[in-house]
Design a protein around this ligand. Sequence first.
Ligand code: ATP
Length: 302
Amino acid sequence: MAQDETGRELGRHERYRGEYPIVVEGLKTAFGPQVVHQDLDLKVRRGEILGVVGGSGTGKSVLMRAIIGLQRPTEGEVSVFGRSIAGSDPQQEIGIRNRWGVLFQGGALFSTLTVGENVEVPLKQFYPDIEPELRHEIARYKVVLSGLPEEAVSKYPSELSGGMKKRAGLARALALDPELLFLDEPTAGLDPIGAAAFDRLTLELKETLGLTVFLITHDLDTLHEICDRVAVIADKKVIAVDTVPNLMELDHPWIQEYFNGPRGRAALTAQALDELRKHMDEPVAAHAVKALDKADSKKDKA
Ligand SMILES: Nc1ncnc2c1ncn2[C@@H]1O[C@H](COP(=O)(O)OP(=O)(O)OP(=O)(O)O)[C@@H](O)[C@H]1O
């Protein structure tokens, strides 16, 4: 079972109240001679959306896999809800694993099962005694909670758009009312409108369900719009964890290139405009928005 920070076992329906539901200390991950992480430390705060960024192949997905127990650390310690992941026996692991949900890259839905049946998989695994009718009902609820129409319950993954597949994967990740949600590049492959809608959904779920979210992304808009803090992975470790504005002040070449490069600046301008639009009743804001919109349309015509 999961524990609180004093080591007391948490009851089945009791939520974790400690400050850091995820703690990674001195992590080393190696595949043969290839060392992916070395001395990696990270603490994820309860109730935050933590964005995780880094160049391709820096080990973001492997870090997520280490946290959820799919990748054994070569060295170091990973604790979730105060319990070491590597040291848990199978029964204890069940008490931790049913407290998180994971949306893998690409959704990872079972193609031979309908959306509803996909959502029921973890319910069957962890709560085999639930009556089928109640299980179907819970699955339907999670599908709708994830922003899909109710009819999607009986559709197969091949009948869904990319965005719908992500939402179906999210519904499955939410099946067990998790406290922790892991999202691996949830907006990759979505058009900008679909990506923004998925971001809003993530934020709403975090706020209404009190989730802690570990979110791997390359999407600068996502980082600006919904992440409370962002962890940057480079040189095999987490080199910084902070808010986006604070990270932008750091003098690290990758961080500067990433956040202050052309795409980073575009994302920042878009966010600033969104903020200003919320204050259109104030003349200064209205003036600024009009001026920026005009500049944009001139740029588009040029
Ligand atoms: N099971 C495995 N066996 C061997 N090498 C692996 C395994 N899983 C990952 N790797 C290697 O670990 C490194 C980090 O991979 P990972 O998928 O975590 O990168 P990432 O930061 O998520 O990249 P991207 O942003 O491109 O998704 C890569 O070099 C990858 O080839």
